[in-house]
Design a protein around this ligand. Structure first.
Ligand SMILES: Cc1ncc(COP(=O)(O)O)c(C=O)c1O
Length: 420
């Protein structure tokens, strides 16, 4: 096998430079551990941006992948298949109780592949619902989003990112889709003000992350989602919650909105839904919002969305997240990890630490200066983590991490963070 250095050179030569990866090559993985071609072992503290909640290569998920791959994998939606219905029924049964359905219309989903696609789907559904059900005058629908959001990278989605003029997109992808309004995150009062200013009759939806993961694990004030729910209900605005990164136990509840007992009108899911082995995403809502009055044949679709392989894996992934009680595990292990990190922060660190925050196993250590060097030193010492917005390091290991693994990690973190 070529060496790590050779693989990195190949990537640099043949892959568009749309990422700035930590210089490590992963060629094997199991549970919370990944290995490079030289056999060096690392603790994965990123989990493919929270896709590996159940751990790398979970044996049951891999077995499902293999089994379904030898039966039928892709049919396209030109035909029915025998796996999508059971998968979407499972979403209705398991995810449905987390969705606001005041008229008891029933839960329906639109299956897609990546998170970005689930978000794009949600935006289209929200606009279509706005015109068809809320009777917004044609082409006047507004969708409100938050500053520092991360919902993916299609042209429409980056167009309402507050990063468009900053380092991430350099403003190079315009002109962008109109109809989006950016407000500060965590400020429910501002949401109500902007709805009133815009005219409630023109606002179709408010799209929000319950915790802003990519922005550096930004946790809104207690009660924020509850207030958002009240405001959305008051003005008949859809509350669209992007739980692509926070869902499936990551924050210590099955969904992050469960911390406040809040039910959105639409949940956008991805990442861990695919069990870390296959891209599976979905826009889950009610028949009232995504039903046949709103979404009709041809208005949306994807060749791969709802394919039998994805459906089988999605079902197994949900089953495992529930059966292994990964949310509870994230709550317990997350609290322990944060406690231990705070102990480290009490010592004199090489770069001053501004804050340690997190919910469940979505944890951030924010430094006062650029932390890339720290990330690289962690890697050299056997921990893979990633900086977001340069000063913040996110720790989001698979939820199957043990107390012993955390103790081991803290030993390394202390060695790397603290002045010797
Ligand atoms: C909250 C959120 N939404 C959407 C996405 C986009 O998902 P994907 O990269 O699968 O398209 C991400 C990815 O990090 C995310 O964190």
């Amino acid at each position: 096998m070529p060496t790590s250095k050779e693989f990195i050179e190949m990537d640099n030569k043949y892959a568009a430079h749309n990422y700035h990866p930590i210089p490590v090559v992963i060629s094997r993985a199991e549970g919370v551990w990944v290995y490079d071609p030289e056999g060096k072992k690392y603790l994965d503290c990123l989990s493919a941006y929270s896709s590996h909640n159940a751990g790398h290569c979970h044996p049951e998920i891999v077995a499902t992948l293999k089994e379904q791959a030898s039966i039928v994998t892709l049919t396209s939606r030109a035909f029915h298949n025998n796996m999508m219905g059971p998968f979407l029924k499972m979403l209705a049964d398991v995810i449905g109780p987390h969705i606001n359905d005041p008229t008891n219309s029933g839960i329906m989903s639109l299956p897609m592949n990546t998170g970005t696609e689930a978000v794009s789907t949600g935006l289209k559904v929200a606009r279509a619902w706005g015109y068809i059900k809320k009777k917004i005058p044609k082409n006047e629908a507004k969708i409100i989003v938050c500053r520092d959001n991360f919902h993916g990278r299609t042209i429409t989605i980056v167009g309402f990112s507050s990063d468009i003029s900053a380092s991430r997109y350099y403003g190079n992808f315009g002109p962008y889709t109109p109809g989006f309004i950016i407000i500060p995150y965590g400020d429910a009062e501002e949401l109500e003000n902007i709805i009133l200013e815009t005219g409630p009759e023109k606002v179709a939806a408010f799209l929000v992350e319950p915790i802003q993961g990519e922005a550096g694990v930004k946790i809104p004030p207690e009660g924020y989602l509850r207030k958002v729910r009240e405001i959305c209900t008051k003005y008949n605005v859809l509350m669209v919650l992007d739980e692509i990164q926070t869902g499936f136990g990551r924050t210590g509840e099955f969904f992050a909105c469960d911390h406040e007992d809040v039910k959105p009108d639409m949940l956008l899911l991805g990442k861990a839904l695919g069990g870390g082995v296959y891209p599976v995403s979905a826009c889950v809502s009610t028949k009232e919002i995504i039903g046949p009055d709103v979404i009709t044949p041809g208005t949306h679709g994807s060749t791969f969305g709802g394919n039998p392989l994805a459906a089988a894996i999605g079902m197994k992934s949900i089953d495992i997240h529930l059966r292994e009680n990964l949310a509870e595990r994230a709550k317990e292990m997350g609290a322990y990890f944060i406690k231990r990190l705070k102990e480290v922060a009490e010592k004199q660190t090489k770069i001053p630490i501004k804050e340690i925050r997190g919910k469940g196993l979505l944890i951030a250590v924010e430094f006062t200066e650029d932390a890339r060097q720290i990330v690289e030193e962690l890697k050299d010492n056997g921990i893979l983590a990633k900086d977001t917005h340069s000063t913040t390091i996110r720790f989001a290991p698979p939820l199957v991490i043990t107390k012993d693994d955390i103790d081991w990690a803290i030993g390394i973190i202390e060695k790397v963070f603290v002045k010797q």
